[in-house]
Design a protein. Structure first.
Length: 130
């Protein structure tokens, strides 16, 4: 279910099917703008939530896992440099896939939701919020 604006949050949460047991938050402008409110509403309904940017976990979601955005932007800048400075045609540049991903776990949220997080999972995290 996609949000069209942050004003739709309350209505969207009331319309969630009863059997909803978790939320996966997509990378949309609305979700990013309303991430604190989204995570708060999810936690209020005892729904584990996950996003792809670290700030989702920092805003209260249970976990986030996604590409390292600063690295993506640096790589994009090097492509722009090759195009503008060296005259390389964009079609001649190789496709690059993300090479570094970040896992952030919010233990405060896990505790509030009553979800135990295995130590073997926590050691994989780039950041643990306690």
């Amino acid at each position: 279910m996609a949000l069209r604006s942050p004003a739709d949050l309350e209505r969207t949460f009331t319309e969630l099917p009863e059997d909803t047991d978790a939320l996966l938050l997509e990378n949309s402008v609305v979700n990013i703008v309303a991430q604190k409110q989204l995570c708060g509403l999810a936690n209020g309904r005892k729904l584990p939530s996950a996003g792809t940017f670290p700030d989702f976990s920092r805003s209260g979601c249970l976990v986030s896992y996604g590409e390292n955005l600063p690295l993506i932007y640096r790589n994009a800048a090097s492509f722009v440099d090759k195009i503008l400075r060296d005259g390389v045609r964009p079609g001649d540049l190789p496709v690059q896939h993300p090479s570094k991903f970040e896992l952030v776990v919010n233990l405060r949220t896990a505790k509030a939701l009553g979800i135990p997080i295995a130590e073997s999972f926590l050691v994989l995290a780039d950041e643990v919020i306690e």
